[in-house]
Design a protein around this ligand. Sequence first.
Ligand code: HEM
Length: 143
Amino acid sequence: MIGGPTPLWVAAFNTTLIVVSGAFLAMGYSFIRRKRIAAHRRSMLTAAAFAALFLVVYVARALLFEGKLFAGEGLWRAVYLAILGSHIVLAIAIAPLVLVTLRRALRGDYLRHRPIARVTLPLWAYVVVTGWVIFWFLYVGPS
Ligand code: HEM
Protein backbone atom coordinates (compact mmCIF):
# COMPACT_ATOMS: atom_id res chain seq x y z
CA MET A 1 0.00 0.00 0.00
CA ILE A 2 1.60 3.26 -1.16
CA GLY A 3 -1.28 5.27 0.30
CA GLY A 4 -2.24 8.87 -0.29
CA PRO A 5 -4.52 10.24 -2.96
CA THR A 6 -4.31 8.87 -6.50
CA PRO A 7 -1.77 10.99 -8.46
CA LEU A 8 -3.37 12.84 -11.36
CA TRP A 9 -1.13 11.11 -13.92
CA VAL A 10 -2.24 7.65 -12.71
CA ALA A 11 -5.91 8.62 -13.05
CA ALA A 12 -5.25 10.23 -16.44
CA PHE A 13 -3.33 7.15 -17.67
CA ASN A 14 -6.11 4.86 -16.50
CA THR A 15 -8.77 6.98 -18.21
CA THR A 16 -6.68 7.09 -21.40
CA LEU A 17 -6.67 3.28 -21.52
CA ILE A 18 -10.47 3.11 -21.47
CA VAL A 19 -10.80 5.95 -23.98
CA VAL A 20 -8.37 4.17 -26.36
CA SER A 21 -10.48 1.02 -26.02
CA GLY A 22 -13.49 3.15 -27.01
CA ALA A 23 -11.66 4.48 -30.07
CA PHE A 24 -10.92 0.93 -31.27
CA LEU A 25 -14.53 -0.02 -30.53
CA ALA A 26 -15.75 2.78 -32.80
CA MET A 27 -13.26 1.81 -35.53
CA GLY A 28 -14.28 -1.84 -35.23
CA TYR A 29 -17.91 -0.90 -35.69
CA SER A 30 -17.18 1.23 -38.72
CA PHE A 31 -15.16 -1.67 -40.24
CA ILE A 32 -17.97 -4.20 -39.85
CA ARG A 33 -20.47 -1.74 -41.36
CA ARG A 34 -18.23 -1.82 -44.45
CA LYS A 35 -17.96 -5.64 -44.23
CA ARG A 36 -14.25 -5.53 -43.45
CA ILE A 37 -14.25 -8.58 -41.16
CA ALA A 38 -10.47 -8.98 -40.59
CA ALA A 39 -10.10 -5.29 -39.67
CA HIS A 40 -13.20 -5.54 -37.43
CA ARG A 41 -11.69 -8.55 -35.69
CA ARG A 42 -8.34 -6.81 -35.12
CA SER A 43 -9.99 -3.61 -33.83
CA MET A 44 -12.31 -5.42 -31.43
CA LEU A 45 -9.53 -7.63 -30.04
CA THR A 46 -7.40 -4.49 -29.52
CA ALA A 47 -10.36 -2.74 -27.85
CA ALA A 48 -10.77 -5.74 -25.51
CA ALA A 49 -7.00 -5.79 -24.75
CA PHE A 50 -7.06 -2.10 -23.77
CA ALA A 51 -10.17 -2.67 -21.64
CA ALA A 52 -8.42 -5.58 -19.88
CA LEU A 53 -5.33 -3.42 -19.31
CA PHE A 54 -7.59 -0.70 -17.92
CA LEU A 55 -9.05 -3.21 -15.47
CA VAL A 56 -5.59 -4.29 -14.24
CA VAL A 57 -4.46 -0.67 -13.71
CA TYR A 58 -7.81 0.19 -12.11
CA VAL A 59 -7.55 -2.65 -9.56
CA ALA A 60 -3.87 -1.84 -8.84
CA ARG A 61 -4.79 1.80 -8.35
CA ALA A 62 -7.65 0.93 -5.99
CA LEU A 63 -5.27 -1.24 -3.93
CA LEU A 64 -2.40 1.26 -3.88
CA PHE A 65 -4.08 4.63 -3.50
CA GLU A 66 -7.02 6.23 -1.79
CA GLY A 67 -10.12 6.83 -3.88
CA LYS A 68 -11.08 10.40 -4.67
CA LEU A 69 -14.48 11.68 -3.58
CA PHE A 70 -16.37 14.24 -5.61
CA ALA A 71 -16.32 17.51 -3.69
CA GLY A 72 -19.23 19.18 -5.51
CA GLU A 73 -22.65 19.70 -3.97
CA GLY A 74 -26.29 20.17 -4.97
CA LEU A 75 -27.28 19.47 -8.57
CA TRP A 76 -23.73 18.67 -9.73
CA ARG A 77 -23.46 16.05 -7.00
CA ALA A 78 -26.78 14.46 -8.01
CA VAL A 79 -25.71 14.38 -11.67
CA TYR A 80 -22.31 12.94 -10.71
CA LEU A 81 -23.81 10.20 -8.56
CA ALA A 82 -26.33 9.23 -11.25
CA ILE A 83 -23.54 8.94 -13.82
CA LEU A 84 -21.25 7.09 -11.40
CA GLY A 85 -24.01 4.63 -10.41
CA SER A 86 -24.96 3.75 -13.98
CA HIS A 87 -21.28 3.56 -14.95
CA ILE A 88 -20.46 1.06 -12.18
CA VAL A 89 -23.48 -1.16 -12.81
CA LEU A 90 -22.88 -1.28 -16.57
CA ALA A 91 -19.10 -1.69 -16.22
CA ILE A 92 -19.73 -4.86 -14.20
CA ALA A 93 -22.42 -6.06 -16.62
CA ILE A 94 -20.32 -5.65 -19.78
CA ALA A 95 -17.46 -7.89 -18.60
CA PRO A 96 -19.40 -11.16 -19.19
CA LEU A 97 -21.14 -9.64 -22.23
CA VAL A 98 -17.78 -8.85 -23.88
CA LEU A 99 -16.50 -12.36 -23.18
CA VAL A 100 -19.58 -14.03 -24.68
CA THR A 101 -19.54 -11.64 -27.67
CA LEU A 102 -15.86 -12.45 -28.32
CA ARG A 103 -16.29 -16.18 -27.81
CA ARG A 104 -19.13 -16.40 -30.29
CA ALA A 105 -17.15 -14.40 -32.87
CA LEU A 106 -13.93 -16.36 -32.40
CA ARG A 107 -15.84 -19.64 -32.79
CA GLY A 108 -17.28 -18.36 -36.05
CA ASP A 109 -20.80 -18.30 -34.62
CA TYR A 110 -21.57 -14.95 -36.28
CA LEU A 111 -25.30 -15.61 -36.36
CA ARG A 112 -25.35 -15.47 -32.55
CA HIS A 113 -22.46 -12.99 -32.31
CA ARG A 114 -24.36 -10.25 -34.07
CA PRO A 115 -27.42 -9.91 -31.76
CA ILE A 116 -25.40 -9.91 -28.53
CA ALA A 117 -22.76 -7.61 -30.07
CA ARG A 118 -25.52 -5.09 -30.77
CA VAL A 119 -26.19 -4.97 -27.01
CA THR A 120 -22.54 -5.13 -25.91
CA LEU A 121 -21.33 -2.33 -28.18
CA PRO A 122 -23.60 0.54 -27.00
CA LEU A 123 -23.21 -0.46 -23.34
CA TRP A 124 -19.41 -0.57 -23.72
CA ALA A 125 -19.48 2.82 -25.44
CA TYR A 126 -21.60 4.24 -22.59
CA VAL A 127 -19.12 2.95 -20.00
CA VAL A 128 -16.21 4.53 -21.93
CA VAL A 129 -17.90 7.93 -22.26
CA THR A 130 -19.09 8.03 -18.64
CA GLY A 131 -15.61 6.87 -17.49
CA TRP A 132 -14.16 9.95 -19.14
CA VAL A 133 -16.95 12.16 -17.71
CA ILE A 134 -16.27 10.85 -14.18
CA PHE A 135 -12.56 11.64 -14.60
CA TRP A 136 -13.55 15.14 -15.71
CA PHE A 137 -15.84 15.61 -12.70
CA LEU A 138 -13.15 14.48 -10.26
CA TYR A 139 -10.03 16.12 -11.66
CA VAL A 140 -11.00 18.99 -13.97
CA GLY A 141 -14.26 20.73 -12.98
CA PRO A 142 -16.94 21.78 -12.05
CA SER A 143 -15.97 21.86 -8.34
C1 HEM B 1 -16.31 -7.76 -28.08
C2 HEM B 1 -15.87 -7.52 -29.30
C3 HEM B 1 -16.79 -7.30 -30.48
C4 HEM B 1 -17.85 -6.44 -30.59
C5 HEM B 1 -18.38 -5.46 -29.54
C6 HEM B 1 -18.42 -6.63 -31.92
C7 HEM B 1 -19.47 -5.91 -32.43
C8 HEM B 1 -20.16 -6.26 -33.57
C9 HEM B 1 -21.42 -5.64 -34.00
C10 HEM B 1 -22.12 -4.51 -33.28
C11 HEM B 1 -21.81 -6.28 -35.11
C12 HEM B 1 -23.10 -6.01 -35.90
C13 HEM B 1 -22.86 -4.97 -36.97
C14 HEM B 1 -24.15 -4.61 -37.66
O1 HEM B 1 -25.21 -4.80 -37.10
O2 HEM B 1 -24.09 -4.12 -38.78
C15 HEM B 1 -20.81 -7.29 -35.42
C16 HEM B 1 -20.86 -8.15 -36.49
C17 HEM B 1 -19.87 -9.02 -36.84
N1 HEM B 1 -18.71 -9.30 -36.12
FE1 HEM B 1 -18.20 -8.44 -34.37
N2 HEM B 1 -17.68 -7.60 -32.58
C18 HEM B 1 -16.68 -8.03 -31.74
C19 HEM B 1 -15.72 -8.97 -32.02
C20 HEM B 1 -15.63 -9.67 -33.21
C21 HEM B 1 -14.56 -10.59 -33.54
C22 HEM B 1 -13.35 -10.92 -32.65
C23 HEM B 1 -14.83 -11.07 -34.76
C24 HEM B 1 -13.97 -12.10 -35.46
C25 HEM B 1 -13.93 -12.28 -36.73
C26 HEM B 1 -16.10 -10.50 -35.22
C27 HEM B 1 -16.76 -10.75 -36.40
C28 HEM B 1 -17.97 -10.22 -36.80
C29 HEM B 1 -18.68 -10.58 -38.01
C30 HEM B 1 -18.24 -11.56 -39.07
C31 HEM B 1 -19.87 -9.83 -38.02
C32 HEM B 1 -20.99 -9.84 -39.09
C33 HEM B 1 -22.03 -10.81 -38.64
C34 HEM B 1 -23.26 -10.77 -39.52
O3 HEM B 1 -23.58 -9.71 -40.05
O4 HEM B 1 -23.84 -11.81 -39.66
N3 HEM B 1 -16.54 -9.64 -34.25
N4 HEM B 1 -19.82 -7.26 -34.46
